[in-house]
Design a protein around this ligand. Structure first.
Ligand code: IPE
Ligand code: IPE
Ligand code: MG
Length: 247
């Protein structure tokens, strides 16, 4: 059997992988359980994938954990997700630090329950000098919310003559997004068979390679991740140019 992990390491890696971790509810339903059972099992997939990315040497991993639209879910499900977040952050803090991983978050985190907010800020603060990988968790994140926020911040600076309208370019926009310290997404993965973006990183995926798999998130393994990276490595990223120009 060919060792897919070894093969991956012989080719350029994506600098930034983003994942829409979808399918927890269906995974639980297939087992005759409540949706929250799926979320609980989704956390072990997160652990596996973070570990796999660290082992491979991926520098940026961004995980969509909770969208601005997910607030509309039943109260009990939202509460359970928030509790899971606190317990995962508490439990994984040591591992993140041991593996030299820096935690980061994107989204309107002020809207999170105080306990989640405090735990999150604490882990971010404690891991801020780590350098192996930046793990960004998208929490209460929506791309449209992010763009609204960006427009507001830039408008204030224009009003105060800090930025001239004529000088607004891509880099100015980039600097005001929640993702301001991150490079563009190279590979976007969505599990569970849905082929949509669901308000995730609309600006940042402008030239990302998209990878959709039917695997439900709690079943997503290191090997599934390797397969997606291998697939990515076999694509030609032209960024508008012709194939010949790239040679
Ligand atoms: C993804 O799984 C996790 C979150 C959105 C929080 P879902 O909960 O969306 O699972 P499905 O899509 O209903 O199966
Ligand atoms: C997207 O999944 C959000 C997260 C994975 C956190 P959803 O399950 O909420 O997306 P839709 O509603 O099916 O598009
Ligand atoms: Mg879903």
């Amino acid at each position: 059997m060919i060792d897919i992990k070894a093969e991956i390491q012989q080719h350029p890696l994506p600098d930034h992988i983003a994942i829409i971790m979808d399918g927890n509810g269906r995974w639980a339903k297939q087992r005759g359980k409540l949706r929250v059972f799926g979320h609980e099992n989704g956390t072990s997939a997160v652990k596996q994938i973070v570990e796999a990315c660290t082992e491979l040497g991926i520098k940026n991993l961004t995980l969509y954990a909770f969208s601005t639209e997910n607030w509309k879910r039943p109260k009990l499900e939202v509460q359970t997700l928030m509790k899971l977040l606190i317990s995962s952050l508490k439990k994984e803090m040591k591992n993140l630090h041991k593996n030299n991983i820096k935690l980061n978050s994107i989204g309107d985190i002020k809207t999170l329950p105080t306990k989640v907010f405090n735990e999150l800020v604490d882990v971010i603060e404690r891991t801020k000098n780590n350098t192996q990988m930046t793990l960004t968790i998208a929490l209460s994140y929506g791309s449209r919310d992010e763009l609204i926020n960006t427009v507001k911040e830039i408008s204030i600076k224009v009003k105060n003559n800090i930025i001239l309208p004529n000088n607004i370019d891509e880099s100015v926009i980039n600097e005001h997004l929640y993702t301001h310290r991150l490079p563009d997404v190279d590979l976007l993965i969505r599990t569970s068979g849905e082929k949509r973006i669901s308000n995730f990183l609309l600006w940042q995926i402008a030239y990302a390679e998209l990878y959709f798999t039917d695997v439900l998130w709690p079943d997503f393994t290191k090997n599934d991740l390797y397969k997606s990276i291998r697939d990515y490595q076999q694509r030609e990223r032209r960024f508008g140019k012709t194939s010949e120009q790239l040679k």
